[in-house]
Design a protein around this ligand. Structure first.
Ligand code: PLP
Length: 400
C-alpha cells in the first residue's frame, strides 16, 4: 500500500501531515546541522532548550494563553493526568483552605463520556478522604443505561456549593460527545450545548472568579492532532505551581508535581524530545496554512459534510447516530450501521477503499470516524462519496 491510497481516520495516535513527517525524518538523522539526530541530542543541550521554548511560544501565541498560565510538557498521557489532577488540585485546596476537613474538599466531575468517567474513578481512588460529586452522569440518559448519547440539560446539573475543583472533558473521543460551543456541526440546526460556565460556583479563594472560569488546568494528549504519542501538554494557572519546600511530606510523585515541572521549564526529568520536535513542526505547518482560525473553519466544514450524509443515511434507515444533535463531536463521529452483518460490511468495504481506523472503540463498538486536522477536505469528500454509495446500495435502505 502507498500512503496516498490511505485515508487514516484513526482516533489516536492519528494521521500527521506528510510534509511534517518528511521533515521529521531528516531531523531524525541530522537536527539543524548538528550532525546528530533529534533523538540523540541531550534535553539539556542549547538546541533542545530552544526547541522547548519555541514550542511554548507557538502554542502560547496560537491559543492566546495569558501570562497567568505556564505551558508544560510531560510524559504519561491523559491517563497519568487523571491521577495528577487529583493530587495537584487537592494540594492547592489544602494550601488555600488548611482548616477544612478532607470531607469538605469535594471534587465535582461532569461525566459526559468514557474518559471523564475514568477521571472520576481515579479521583475516587486517590482522593483520600475527599469525596467525588458526580455533577451529571450522561449514562443515565442513554437507551441502555450504559452508553453515552447526550449531556443532561445543565439546569439538571448538581454542582456542590464549594467544590475543590470542577472537572470536565471538552471532547469525549470514544463516545463522540463534545461541548459544541465553537463551531456547530449540526445539520438540522439544533442548538449547540456549550459548557455552562455561568452556572459554576464561585471560588472562595477569589470570589470574582468562578471555578474555573479561566481554567486552572487544561491537559491534552498530543497524539490527537498535534504530534506523536508520548507528549502531554499542560496549561497550568500559576496558583497551582507551588512546589513544597524540600523534605516536606507530599503524596504527589515528584515528576507529577506541576510546581516542580514548571520550575524546571519541563526539564525536571527527560521530556518526550522527539514528540515535542514533531509537535513543533506540526504547529509551524498549520501556522503556514493560516493557523487555528483556518483549521477551525475547514474542520467545521468537514464535520458538517459527514454529519449531513449520515443524517441522510439515518432517514433511509441505514445508520443510527449515537449522539444527540447539538452534543456531537466535530472530531470523532460515532454511529451504528443497521441490519444483520451490515456494519461488518461497511467496515470491510471501507477498509478495501483505503479508509483506516473506522471501527468504533473496543469498549463501545459501532463505527467511529476521526477527522483530525491532518485529514484533508479532499479525503473527507472521498469518505462522503463512499458513505453515500453504501447508503444508496444498502439492502435495508428505505425508499425516500
Ligand atoms: C479525551 C481523552 N482523555 C484521555 C485519554 C487517555 O489518554 P492516554 O491514552 O494518552 O492516557 C484519551 C485518549 O484516547 C482521550 O481521548
Amino acid at each position: 500500500m502507498h500512503r496516498e491510497e490511505i485515508t487514516n481516520l484513526t482516533a489516536g495516535p492519528s494521521t500527521l501531515p506528510l510534509a511534517v513527517l518528511e521533515q521529521a525524518a531528516k531531523g531524525l538523522l541530522n537536527y539543524e546541522n548538528t550532525g546528530m539526530g533529534i533523538t540523540e541530542l541531550s534535553h539539556r543541550s542549547a538546541e533542545f532548550v530552544k526547541l522547548d521554548n519555541d514550542l511554548q511560544e507557538i502554542l502560547g501565541r496560537h491559543l492566546h494563553i495569558p501570562d497567568t498560565h505556564s505551558i508544560l510538557f510531560v510524559q504519561g498521557g491523559g491517563s497519568l493526568q487523571f491521577s495528577a489532577v487529583v493530587l495537584n488540585l487537592l494540594a492547592r485546596h489544602r494550601r488555600f483552605f488548611p482548616n477544612l476537613s478532607e470531607e469538605e474538599r469535594v471534587m465535582d466531575y461532569v461525566v459526559t463520556g468514557s474518559w471523564s468517567a475514568k477521571g472520576a474513578e481515579e479521583a475516587e481512588r486517590l482522593g483520600g478522604g475527599a469525596p467525588v460529586n458526580i455533577v451529571q452522569n450522561g449514562r443515565t440518559l442513554s437507551r441502555d443505561g450504559k452508553s453515552f448519547e447526550q449531556i443532561a440539560d445543565p439546569k439538571e446539573w448538581k454542582f456542590s456549593p464549594n467544590p475543590a475543583f470542577v472537572y470536565y472533558c471538552e471532547n469525549e473521543t470514544v463516545d463522540g460527545i463534545q461541548f459544541d460551543g465553537v463551531v456547530s456541526s449540526s445539520v438540522s440546526g439544533a442548538a449547540p450545548l456549550s459548557f455552562p460556565f455561568d452556572l459554576l460556583p464561585r471560588d472562595p479563594a477569589d470570589p470574582t472568579r468562578s471555578v474555573p472560569l479561566d481554567h486552572a488546568l487544561i491537559f491534552a494528549g498530543a497524539q490527537k492532532n498535534i504530534g506523536p504519542a508520548g507528549l502531554t501538554i499542560l496549561i497550568v494557572r500559576h496558583d497551582l505551581l507551588h512546589p513544597l519546600p524540600p523534605k516536606t511530606p507530599s503524596n504527589i510523585p515528584i515528576s507529577m508535581d506541576y510546581g516542580v515541572v514548571a520550575k524546571a521549564n519541563s526539564l525536571y526529568n527527560t521530556p518526550p524530545t522527539f514528540a515535542m520536535y514533531v509537535a513543533l513542526l506540526v504547529l509551524r505547518h498549520f501556522e503556514g496554512q493560516g493557523g487555528i482560525q483556518v483549521l477551525a473553519t475547514v474542520n467545521g466544514r468537514k464535520a458538517h459534510k459527514v454529519y449531513a450524509v449520515l443524517e441522510y443515511g439515518e432517514q433511509r434507515g441505514v445508520v443510527r447516530m449515537r449522539v444527540k444533535d447539538g452534543h456531537r463531536s466535530h472530531m470523532n463521529i460515532t454511529f451504528e450501521v443497521l441490519g444483520e452483518g451490515e456494519e461488518a460490511r461497511f467496515i470491510s468495504e471501507g477498509t478495501a477503499k483505503g479508509f483506516r481506523g473506522i471501527k468504533g472503540h473496543r469498549s463501545v463498538g459501532g463505527v467511529r470516524l476521526s477527522l483530525y486536522n491532518a485529514v484533508t477536505e479532499d479525503q473527507v469528500d472521498g469518505l462522503v462519496a463512499f458513505i453515500l454509495e453504501f447508503i444508496d446500495s444498502s439492502p435495508s435502505a428505505r425508499k425516500t
